[in-house]
Design a protein around this ligand. Structure first.
Ligand code: LLP
Length: 420
């Protein structure tokens, strides 16, 4: 459920009219609904009411400070994958003791900074990472709280590029090596074993792969305990999919919670979650303006002012995003369009052969479900400025990241002395 709805055929974000917003700040831009963010995080936490949990929002999905502040105010923790993300989370008001640090390639500097900050948990992904962290823990005289990310060898995820829990993926420690690595960690002085971690992929549309992976984790915990390891937490990662308007409806968080409670109840562990997409995905849309209606020989191209550098999901994952007119015309004729951006690559598209109501140049359209992995994956390719982000709360809005000036865009570049 989200708060982007038509009122008198005009698409609103909560109480804000998107066509008026577009006229005010200029397209393209992202707009997020604060009520939707709050709703999603609460649906998730409520599903686990009564259980000992830490819901660590996965910052990578949408790391805007204002978004993080909204979620922090709902008591969310943060799952970070870089020191930059940790700094954002702290700045937004997430306390260190609710921060978990994931990722397959943490640098020593990052591990040191995170340990000094006093984060809750490092999710360790390899033997050499464990050794490095142990060294840092010893040097600082402060054992690093760790979970080892195990790779359960389960196929899951909406696309090959976002499936992370198979043997051939770079993530986690292979099942066969896990117990031995825990035994090493158990005897280290620079780390303190706290739990088990896994994350099997993203945009997962059914419960079966979760169930397979979580059952394996439960068995592992029993084995590790019999090896004398202290396992008091189980981090189940993120990955629950969202509806993208294709008709496929992923499981409701309540069903997901039911499964998890059933599998983990006998373990007596704290449950950690790292949801990203399901919190932010349907809490945001990208608004773009039609530049040209280009009639090719056998194709109709709707050329819009946003491009793959602003929202790369269709180009990178063939992702489907629903496209809606910001102002709906009664009885509009349908046309089959390719909706494309101005970048000089054929992968620069938002929809292919999509039946949409007819648009005219100057019309705005909304690319839906763009709140997660949208703005965060944007680039300045083609020297296109990063597009603004706007947060709506009821009938008020604020620009939470403004469009940079050309000078700001090139400010970090310099001519070497011999060319100046
Ligand atoms: N935890 C870890 C360790 C992760 O790697 C991820 C996502 C999450 C949590 C959050 O997963 P979520 O709840 O959002 O599914 N850019 C891609 C998605 C990449 C996901 C990477 N890892 C996309 O646009 O579909």
């Amino acid at each position: 459920m989200h708060h982007f709805e038509y009122k008198n055929n005009r698409l609103q974000a909560e109480g804000v009219d998107l066509a008026e917003l577009a006229a005010d700040i200029g397209a393209p831009f992202y707009v997020y609904s604060e009520a939707t963010l709050r709703r999603h995080i609460n649906v998730f936490t409520t599903a686990f009411a009564g259980a000992d949990t830490l819901v660590a929002y996965s910052v990578k999905a949408n790391s805007n400070l204002a978004v993080l502040r909204v979620l922090a105010s709902e008591n969310a923790g943060a799952d970070v994958v870089s020191i930059g993300e940790m700094m954002r989370a702290l700045k937004a008001g997430v306390p260190p003791e609710k921060i978990v640090f994931s990722g397959v390639g943490k640098t020593s500097d990052e591990m040191t900074a995170a340990l000094q900050t006093g984060i809750y948990q490092f999710n360790v992904e390899s033997a050499p990472e464990l050794e490095t962290l142990d060294g840092i823990g010893k040097r600082l005289g402060k054992p690093a709280p760790v979970a080892i990310r195990v790779n359960p060898d389960v196929a899951a995820g909406g696309h090959d590029k976002i499936s992370t829990g198979r043997k051939e993926d770079k993530f986690g420690v292979s099942w066969e090596q896990t117990r031995a690595l825990y035994a090493i960690a158990r005897d280290m002085n620079g780390v303190a074993v706290k739990g088990v971690d896994l994350h099997i992929g993203s945009q997962i549309a059914d419960l079966a792969p979760f169930e397979a992976a979580f059952n394996k984790a439960a068995q592992l915990i029993a084995d590790l305990r019999s090896d004398g390891c202290n396992i008091e937490r189980l981090d189940l990662g993120g990955g629950l999919g969202i509806p993208y308007g294709t008709g496929a409806v992923p499981p409701h968080p309540d069903k997901y919670a039911e499964l998890i409670k059933r599998v983990t109840a006998p373990l007596g562990v704290q449950l950690i979650f790292e949801p990203g997409r399901m919190i932010a995905g349907n809490a945001g849309v990208m608004v773009t303006r039609v530049l040209f209606d280009k009639k090719g020989e056998n194709r109709r191209f709707l050329v819009v002012d946003a491009a793959m550098n602003d929202l790369i999901r269709p180009a990178l994952y063939d992702a489907h995003h629903e496209i809606l007119p910001v102002v709906r015309r009664e009885n509009a004729k349908e046309t089959i369009y390719d909706v494309v951006g101005p970048v000089c690559e054929s992968s620069d598209f938002f929809a292919k052969s999509r039946a949409l109501p007819e648009f005219n140049a100057g019309d705005y359209l909304a690319v839906m479900s763009a709140g997660a992995y949208g703005a965060v994956q944007a680039s300045q390719y083609n020297t296109r400025p990063l597009i603004p982000e706007v947060l709506v709360n009821g009938d008020q809005y604020a620009v939470i990241r403004r469009r940079p000036s050309f000078d700001e865009m090139i400010a970090l570049e310099a001519l070497p002395g011999w060319l100046a």
